[in-house]
Design a protein around this ligand. Structure first.
Ligand code: DGJ
Length: 522
């Protein structure tokens, strides 16, 4: 593993003192922190917990959760209470506290947009509606959202954000406590699909900018001709993405930390109307091509994935996992977040995964029942980050996750088939099958190190091997089954399993285990 890290460092010319980066090699993306592959195993604090006293209370719980990263807001209204007068005491203290507890941070810029509204703009922006115009809905009324077409709005936000980044470089440029910057939060507009001011209506009736049409391979025409039923939304997305990119670009000129935009998804159980069910103009999947064309200064566009059913959860991951977009899940939730991380890391090469609401997950330094599974995930996955990062994008890493009626997952590798089964095994016509665990908690990550060597990180599961179908050998035999973990990228065995522990199937307990198998086929 060490050799992999060295080769990667040499090939991208990085050293331990390098600024965090998202690098692309072929179709594979890696997040590098201090020159080493990194995966965010994080959580996001509640919206009003980016304050030192509150943040400090959460840190023992974050440690108990085995997180490596915490996502924390930086509020425009706090850093620039008067125009041009900046204060960084809040942010500086948060950085110091995170450092003292060995956490990295993702900085969430609550600027022009927060959940499709302007609630974190300072007073001097909110009250001066002439200088800082709001969007107008189709009834002619102003809404609680700054107008993305306004240069004054953009200039104000851009100045604030780039001043924050300049300061960050001064206080953190050599330590890299902050590893990623989220530019705005769930940008786009609630309450209206686009700006309907007279000026916007004139623009909307005119031609779509030719650069955008070229990037999207569309014929010249008006917004309606080019985008049909999605014209209002595409018009909004053009101005919002242009604005977010300009803010990110200005910030990177000061301090080129990797930057991403997060997305309030369109995937809803209702009528999916932009501006009602989700902020119009955000980088929803139907606007993702447009956003990618408009945001060269963003390293990623990242879904806040709160989808509850696993099929749609995965299709969101698949939608944002593109050759031109590394997957990052900066927010997630619902009862399945301890399982969904396995899909994200194992099947969609996620560079990070962070449930929302650390405050709800921990109390008095302890992890609540709701987050215990995720804490166990982080405990086992953390030491395996170099391995996971190396195998992502190679086809040698797979998830196996229990879902309702999905109790047996078959994974194919070059030489062996790996069968991961959940619940008590029972024999039936046709073989031995898994059953459902009481909490549907079975989950595993299967990593192929070599054709006859695997690492499996699993919970509430049984694992069995057979030679791949079509091979002449019929059976697999363990040469070794070692329980252990990685320490600084090197495998360390804590015990060797054999006898009852391997005879029928290898069992992974509810609290999880990491096992390394060497096999032969006969
Ligand atoms: C998504 C937002 O990005 C977060 O700031 C927070 O408001 C959550 N929704 C709450 O579910």
């Amino acid at each position: 593993m060490k050799s992999f890290v060295c080769i990667l460092l040499l090939s991208v010319g990085l050293s331990a003192s390098s600024i965090p980066q998202i690098v692309r090699k072929g179709d594979k993306y890696s997040l590098l922190v201090d020159g080493k592959p990194y995966i965010v195993l994080g959580a996001q604090v509640s919206n009003s917990s980016g304050w030192p006293s509150r943040f400090e209370q959460l840190l023992p719980g974050a440690e108990a959760m085995h997180l490596n990263t915490i996502e924390v807001p930086v509020y425009w209204e706090n850093v620039e209470p008067q125009e041009g007068q900046f204060r960084f005491d809040t942010f500086d203290t948060i950085i110091r506290l995170a450092r003292e507890h060995n956490f990295h941070l993702v900085m969430l810029w609550f600027g022009t947009w927060k959940n499709g509204t302007m609630d974190y703009a300072p007073d001097w922006v909110k009250t001066n509606t002439t200088r800082f115009p709001r969007m107008i809905d189709n009834g002619g009324h102003p809404v609680r959202v700054l107008n993305p077409m306004s240069e004054a709005n953009l200039n104000a936000d851009r100045t604030a954000y780039s001043t924050v980044m300049k300061h960050l470089k001064e206080v953190d440029g050599d330590q890299h406590t902050v590893i990623l910057a989220q530019v705005e939060n769930e940008s786009g507009s609630l309450f209206t699909d686009r700006d309907h001011s007279a000026e916007a209506n004139r623009e909307f009736a005119g031609p779509v900018p030719s650069k955008l049409l070229e990037a999207l391979h569309k014929k010249p025409g008006t917004w309606t001709q080019a985008f049909g039923a999605e014209a209002d939304e595409a018009f909004a997305a053009y101005y919002v993405s242009r604005y977010v990119n300009a803010v990110a670009e200005a910030g990177k000129k000061e301090y080129p930390l990797p930057a991403y935009a997060n997305v309030w998804l369109r995937e809803q159980k209702n009528f999916m109307r932009p501006g009602e069910a989700y902020p119009s103009g955000g980088a929803t999947l139907n606007m993702l091509d447009l956003w990618k064309a408009m945001t060269p200064s963003l390293d990623a566009i990242a879904p806040d994935n709160y989808v509850l059913d696993y099929a749609n959860y995965q299709s969101v991951l698949a939608g944002y996992h593109r050759k031109d977009n590394p997957l990052l899940v900066p927010e997630t939730g619902g009862p399945r977040f301890a399982s969904n991380i396995f899909y994200a890391l194992g099947d969609f090469d996620a560079l990070g995964y962070a449930p929302f609401g650390l405050d709800r997950a921990v109390e008095g330094g302890k992890v609540n029942d709701l987050a215990k599974g995720f804490a166990e995930d982080c405990r086992l996955l953390g030491p395996a980050i170099p391995l996971i990062s190396e195998l992502q994008g190679t086809g040698k890493l797979h998830s196996a996750v229990e879902e309702q009626y999905l109790t047996d997952r078959l994974i194919h590798s070059s030489k062996f088939d790996v069968l991961v089964q959940f619940g008590t095994l029972h024999s039936e016509y046709g073989g031995t099958f898994g059953t459902q665990t009481p909490g549907m908690t079975g989950r595993a990550l299967v990593a192929e190190l070599a054709p006859d060597e695997f690492v499996v990180i699993g919970f509430d599961a049984h694992v069995r091997f057979r030679p791949a179908r079509g091979r002449k050998e019929r059976n697999a035999q363990f040469l070794s089954a070692e329980e252990g973990t990685y320490v600084d990228g090197q495998w360390k065995t804590t015990r060797v399993l054999n006898g009852d522990e391997t005879f029928f199937a290898v069992r992974f307990p509810p609290q999880g285990a990491m096992l390394r198998f060497k096999l032969m086929a006969y």
